[in-house]
Design a binder for this molecule. Structure first.
Ligand code: PEP
Ligand code: MN
Length: 352
């Protein structure tokens, strides 16, 4: 009864508490370690995943840019309403993909000079293009003229956009497109305006550039002329040459279909474009040109498109290629001749 008895008990209790405390601490520590490990592996996995996504995106962009370079770019035109339209679009795409083409051009909204013409299939065609993309693996491209077109295309995953000649001529429309594209990294090709106004063309490029777009290219489709000429739109090659001089890295695409207006001139115009160092061609193709609802006379079948490209002579313009230089000299001489003719006509006109 010395009151000693409870002491060993108390000591026992405090040892027990201590042991429990140590166990709890060890468990908490282990749990914390596990948590840190999980967080670490999780973030490492996420970082790997993000890296993989960045690399995939980089590869996709590089691939897209490579496809845009040189004359691998071949585009088809689609036209037609309803089931037949879809059939034509998908079949043309299948044939072009089989010929090895990588980018498919399809005008879904078509500005017509006069009311009453076929103004394109519109939004409905975006689903057809998605189908083409899924089935053939080709990049798909269409013309945009309003902010609404842009939003619809972005929603549908269209790969490349182009601005048509009539739209480039309208700064309000171009600004609307540029605003709708802010913060988006999509290639945009700008056709020259219908009239030979270099600054108007460059102004459109500037508007897109100021909206933050980096993958901008131009499409040279010739210029409307009052006087009748061999081609539907006069090439006036000096204008795209001037663009190249001012912006040496600019992607330059030529549209021999809209310059020629007739399929029989597509070969020669394409060759001239290649001789002048253009990066690519945008050529209208249709599995059955006779039934095309727009620009039927300038459409070629996928097989003849391949033949046209097969016959092209691609010169190394960086080398001391004499034939190329002769060709350039000949073109310059032709331009000088035409300029002289214009001056002479103007002088005669003034005298009337
Ligand atoms: C087109 O590309 O089909 C088109 C309408 O062309 P452009 O804008 O050159 O007249
Ligand atoms: Mn057309």
């Amino acid at each position: 009864m010395h009151g000693i008895g409870p002491l060993p008990d108390g000591a026992h209790v405090s040892t027990g508490v201590l042991v429990i405390l140590v166990i709890v601490l060890v468990l908490v520590f282990a749990a914390a370690l596990l948590l840190i490990w999980r967080l670490y592996t999780d973030s490492a996995r996420r970082a790997d995943e993000a890296l993989r996504m960045v690399e995939a995106e980089r590869r996709r962009t590089a691939d897209q840019q490579a496809a845009l370079r040189r004359y691998e770019v071949a585009f088809a035109s689609i036209t037609g309403r309803g089931e037949l339209g879809e059939q034509v679009l998908v079949e043309t795409a299948r044939s072009l993909a089989a010929e090895g083409f990588r980018i498919y051009r399809a005008g879904l909204w078509k500005p017509r000079t006069k009311p009453g013409g076929f103004e394109g299939i519109g939004v409905e065609g975006l689903a057809w293009l998605k189908e083409v993309k899924k089935e053939t693996g080709m990049y798909v491209s269409t013309e945009v003229a309003t902010a609404k077109h842009v939003y619809e295309c972005l929603k549908a995953g269209i790969d490349v956009l182009w601005v048509g000649a009539r739209t480039t001529a309208n700064p309000f429309a171009v600004q609307e497109i540029a605003d709708a594209l802010k913060g988006v990294d999509i290639p945009v090709l700008v056709k020259n305006p219908v009239n030979p106004d270099l600054e108007l063309w460059i102004g459109a490029l500037e508007r897109l550039n100021m909206a933050g777009l980096k993958k901008i290219g131009v499409i040279h489709r010739g210029f409307s002329a009052y006087v009748k000429s061999k081609y539907r739109n006069v090439p006036q090659w000096q204008l795209p040459i001037e663009i190249k001089r001012r912006f040496p890295d600019m992607l330059m695409i030529c549209d021999p279909s809209h310059i020629s207006g007739k399929r029989e001139y597509i070969q020669e115009v394409s060759q001239q474009a290649m001789d002048l160092g253009f990066d690519g061609l945008i050529i209208e193709s249709h599995i059955c040109p006779e039934i095309a609802l727009s620009d039927a006379a300038q459409q070629v079948t996928p097989t003849s498109l391949r033949e046209i490209l097969g016959k092209l002579i691609i010169r190394d313009i960086d080398s001391e290629n004499i034939e190329y230089k002769e060709n350039i000299d000949e073109l310059r001489a032709q331009i000088d001749d035409i300029d002289n003719d214009i001056l002479e006509l103007l002088t005669r006109r003034m005298k009337v």
